[in-house]
Ligand binder design. Structure first.
Ligand code: ADP
Length: 306
């Protein structure tokens, strides 16, 4: 096989109580990429449709991740990457992660799959380092593996995939304001009181248990962020109203997606998720802030070949 076209899904990192350790994969929101083998070695980014992003491989997360993989595998061919960008960069739903994960998945596939999806995660993290300054895995892991992913440990990397209950849906609203990941990180506190750490541990454990046992009530009770949301919400216009509207519409819970500005809610069933999305949108209607709205099941497998 000489080339491949793939769907690279958007992802929600943190998922309220899992700051930097939890992420989930969306089913119907994502970019498309085409990757072709070339005679010449190395990486070329041929074109990017839908966004103004650098074509130089060392300045694009797809290129950085791909170069790290080539360095490791030393293939005798090169690769040419084309990206159809549908996830806006800086949206908080893993735009950079989709590109990094997609490039790795495709190159690995075209080389006969020498590495497993899990083994590709560290290379994708190199791309994330370029995008945000920190080599986090909470978007790239769910993009590569699907479902929910828990990063139990970064050193050594220990990732656990958890299948989502079938009826779980995500609603996402992306208010189109500029919010730099670095700014969203810089306002966080370095120290947390023991009491807050205890609440967070209880909720994270509760959410994981709820996912395994398909206990939607437990999932809802656990979707609470004691550490980051209380500090970060001021960066997102109408955050409290958006979240309250989703809950009133029947959502199980929600919070900031990644470092924002997107806000997500999780619901049981598509109908409730659609109602929650409409309720979130109604809050921004009339504010003059443009937004994008998504309703998606949880993607069980991650990147797909088209
Ligand atoms: P998100 O959570 O939406 O991915 P980030 O802030 O993590 O947002 O990443 C966006 C940053 O990564 C931007 O500065 C963007 O210029 C840079 N970037 C480099 N290459 C890409 C790419 N292929 N796709 C998206 N963003 C990219």
């Amino acid at each position: 096989m000489e080339n491949i076209r793939i769907f690279c899904p958007a992802t929600i990192a943190n998922v309220s109580c899992g700051f930097d350790v939890l992420g989930l994969c969306l089913e119907n929101v994502g970019d498309e990429m085409t990757i072709a083998k070339t005679e010449a070695p190395g990486i070329t980014i041929k074109e990017i449709i839908g966004a103004n992003l650098p074509l130089a491989p060392e300045k694009n997360v797809a290129g950085v991740a791909a170069l790290a993989l080539l360095e490791h595998l030393q293939p005798d061919r090169g690769f040419e990457i084309s990206i159809d960008k549908r996830i806006k960069a800086g949206s908080g739903i893993g735009s950079s992660a989709a590109s990094a994960a997609g490039a790795l998945f495709a190159i690995n596939y075209l080389l006969g799959s020498p590495l497993s999806p899990k083994e590709l995660v560290p290379f994708a993290m190199q791309g994330e380092k370029l995008a945000s300054g920190s080599a986090h895995a909470d978007n790239v892991a769910p993009a590569l593996l699907g479902g929910f992913t828990l990063i139990r440990s970064y050193e050594p990397l220990d990732i656990i995939k958890i299948d989502a209950p079938e009826e779980l849906y995500a609603s996402v609203i992306h208010p189109q304001i500029e919010l730099r990941t670095m700014d969203a990180r810089s306002i966080l506190k370095n120290n947390i009181p023991l009491k807050k750490a205890i609440v967070q541990c209880g909720n994270l454990a509760g959410l994981i248990s709820g996912l395994y046992t398909k206990d939607y009530g437990l999932i809802g009770r656990s979707l609470h962020d004691e550490l980051v949301e209380p500090v970060r919400y001021i960066l997102i216009p109408k955050f409290n109203d958006i979240k309250a509207a989703a809950m009133q519409a029947g959502a199980l819970g929600g919070g900031i997606s990644g470092s924002g500005p997107s806000v997500f809610a999780l619901s049981r069933g598509k109908e409730t998720a659609q109602k929650a999305a409409q309720a979130m949108a109604a809050v921004l209607d009339g504010t003059g802030i443009p937004y994008e709205l998504h309703v998606s099941p949880i993607n069980p497998t991650g990147i797909k070949i088209l």
